[in-house]
Design a protein around this ligand. Structure first.
Ligand code: 4NP
Length: 163
């Protein structure tokens, strides 16, 4: 939990999907929600970003906002694209699917940096062999509830793994 030279500093986590309007804002909000509930929010700095920039500056998708609200989770700010400095500024970058992860690995070859790259569902105790959070953007409404449950299980276990 310590990095840098001046004693305790928060662990920095970046959640990444394609558009940064559906999955990664949910993952960010859910992780922060659990960290707050357990009195651990000050141990972490969290953000989310997309490998694509089409939705930059937008709020999370209304369907993500609706499922979050239903579960009492506040969602963070507006969409942004992954930038080179993210690989230097975050300790752990959590991708929602293999495609996101491969894009991050390619970007990191140029950007450098020490961030660890992982799939979020590596932490999901119910994931089995499927380690992806599926993209719900073009699907029906219940896709968002399924995504919420995956992200919720993963975020709780991720938090457990870091305390
Ligand atoms: P996300 O979902 O990656 O979970 O934010 C998507 C949002 C937008 C698009 C694709 C996926 N899009 O193609 O615009």
């Amino acid at each position: 939990m310590t990095h840098g030279t001046s004693g305790f500093t928060p662990t920095r986590l970046l959640f990444v999907c394609l558009g940064n309007i559906c999955r990664s804002p949910l993952a960010e909000g859910v992780f922060l929600h659990h960290a707050h509930e357990r009195g651990l929010a000050s141990n972490f700095r969290v953000d989310s970003a997309g490998t694509g920039g089409w939705h930059e500056g937008e709020l999370p998708d209304p369907r993500s906002r609706e499922v979050a609200e239903r579960h009492g989770v506040r969602l963070p700010g507006r969409a942004r694209k992954v930038v080179d400095s993210d690989f230097h500024d975050f300790d752990l970058i959590l991708a929602m699917d293999q495609d996101n992860l491969q894009t991050l690995e390619r970007l990191r070859e140029i950007a450098g940096g020490n961030a660890e790259l992982r799939l979020l569902r590596e932490f999901d105790p119910e994931a089995g062999s499927d380690l992806e959070v599926p993209d719900p953007y073009y699907g029906g409404g219940d896709g968002f509830e399924k995504v919420f449950r995956m992200v919720d299980r993963s975020a709780r276990a991720l938090l457990d793994s870091m305390i």
